[in-house]
Write a protein that binds this ligand. Structure first.
Ligand code: ZN
Length: 480
């Protein structure tokens, strides 16, 4: 059976063909959303350097027409902050919905910098013994990252490495020359100035040697020509040499003296006033301390078992020397025997140690080493003056007495007493000697007149100091 090509059929056929054409057209001719960055098509992500601007170009093509204005962008990128950002491009055309997601990675590619403090080339005994001079690490993005620096030691270099938060790494090197240019350090045990009585024995107190490279220094020379038979000042030289032949020398001075003639043996304290206060503390001590504080003068207090601990503590805390005078100050007791003397001295020594936590080693004999009141025990002062030195004490007499416990104490009026001690002070001072001034902080008029005496000495350009173990001892002639 043959069908006829009717007009109706032709129209139906054409519609069918048209529908097929539209179908294929829609199938193959679709709009395209194209993203480019630096003229390259973006697939799914791009990388941008920190703080740089960037420009993504978006095209929407459909039937050869650019329809850029139909594109919408969602999302944000902060180029000043390292991170991954999502941008979504969408467009709607006709029946088509287009969408493209891309990731923008903002990265930091600039490495940190490390700055070395000190020389980039240093000397040390070994890399391990090099004492770090310091360094800083700064990053454009992270800021100060010094605490992230890792140090590696090689044979003769030190490598400093650091990574920033984006893993950019930097390393700098400090060259370490393995050499030793420093001599050993010699430290004397005992005093730098040693006093030995004529015909006595010099006792070496020893030394300590520390070297920056060598753990044990054995090359030590000691030149000692001390002749205790002859009065004089002797120098002992200690010389130590390390394995790199660096040498150091230190000196100790030994004063061999005759206690019957010795006064101011080296004269290094010429023109210096050493104010000394005996027999305290007492109720007048705080006034004396106030005056000393006002003029910033350090003095020496030869204390007994008198007065309150608080005053001794104050003497110590305010930088004065707390020295020992014996506990009882009773001539009969302290000069009864050598044992009695040291028992009494130990008593006040213990008192002071409990207050200051320090061993006092500076002493003054009641009545001075020249006293004759001890003659009831013949020769006791000759024995004691030697024995205290043997036991490591330094004893101090005086060469100026203001007579506040002597002749001035007998004056009738207070003002006469004050005048008397002031005159003795002024008369006694000399720029050609050290001035060790004997006073007593148990006397009201001494406390009252002290400021005037200090003012006079300052006006004459005298300086003040306290007695220490390095102060030249001043000894009277022993009379018993
Ligand atoms: Zn006394």
């Amino acid at each position: 059976m043959k069908e006829k090509l009717t007009i109706k059929n032709i129209i139906l056929l054409m519609i069918l063909i048209f529908i097929i054409c539209v179908f294929f057209f829609l199938l193959f001719v679709r709009p395209k959303l194209i993203l480019t960055y630096n003229n390259l098509n973006i697939d799914s992500e791009i990388t941008v350097e920190l703080n740089n601007t960037f420009d993504i170009k978006a095209h929407l093509e459909y039937l050869n027409k650019d329809m850029k204005n139909k594109i919408k962008i969602n999302g944000n990128v902060d180029v000043n902050k390292v991170g991954s950002y999502e941008l979504i491009y969408t467009a709607k055309i006709f029946i088509y919905k287009l969408e493209k997601k891309i990731i923008v990675n903002v990265i930091d590619k600039i490495p940190p910098t490390i700055s070395l403090i000190g020389n980039t080339e240093s000397n040390a005994c070994s890399v391990n013994s090099y004492v770090e001079e310091g360094y800083t690490a700064l990053d454009n993005y992270d800021g100060d990252i010094t605490d992230k620096v890792v140090i590696e030691n090689n044979v003769n270099e030190r490598i400093y490495k650091v990574k920033d938060s984006s893993n950019n790494e930097v390393s700098v090197t400090r060259k370490i020359n393995i050499t030793d240019t420093l001599g050993p350090t010699i430290k004397l045990k005992g005093s730098e100035n040693v006093y030995v009585i004529q015909n006595g024995t010099y006792k070496e107190s020893g030394y300590e040697i520390v070297d920056n490279c060598d753990s044990n220094i054995t090359n030590i020379k000691i030149e000692n020509n001390v002749n205790t038979k002859e009065v004089g000042v002797y120098t002992i030289n200690y010389t130590a040499t390390d394995s790199s032949n660096n040498t150091s020398t230190i000196k100790r001075y030994v004063y061999v003296y005759n206690p019957n003639t010795a006064v101011n043996m080296n004269g290094s304290e010429k023109g210096v006033i050493f104010l000394t206060f005996d027999d305290g503390p007492s109720t007048y001590t705080s006034k004396i301390l106030d005056i000393l504080k006002k003029y910033n003068i350090k003095a020496t207090f030869f204390v007994t078992s008198n007065g309150s601990d608080k005053l001794i503590k104050r003497e110590y805390d305010e930088g004065h020397t707390v020295a020992l005078h014996t506990a009882t100050h009773s001539y009969k007791k302290v000069y009864a025997s050598v044992d009695d003397y040291f028992k009494d001295l130990d008593k006040v020594k213990t008192r002071v140690k409990n207050i200051t936590q320090e061993d006092a080693t500076i002493i003054r004999f009641p009545g001075g080493s020249s006293n004759t009141v001890s003659k009831f025990n013949k020769g006791i002062m000759t024995i004691l003056t030697n024995e205290v030195l043997n036991r490591g004490y330094h004893y101090f007499d005086w060469n100026i007495s203001v007579e506040d416990a002597g002749s001035c104490a007998n004056k009738k009026s207070t003002s006469d007493k004050e005048k008397c001690i002031y005159n003795n002070f002024v008369k006694g001072l000399s720029k050609n000697k050290m001035n060790v001034v004997l006073m007593h902080d148990i006397k009201s008029y001494t406390a009252n007149k002290l400021e005037d005496m200090i003012k006079f000495a300052i006006s004459k350009n005298y300086t003040f100091d306290k007695i220490t173990m390095d102060t030249t001892q001043i000894h009277h002639k022993v009379n018993n």
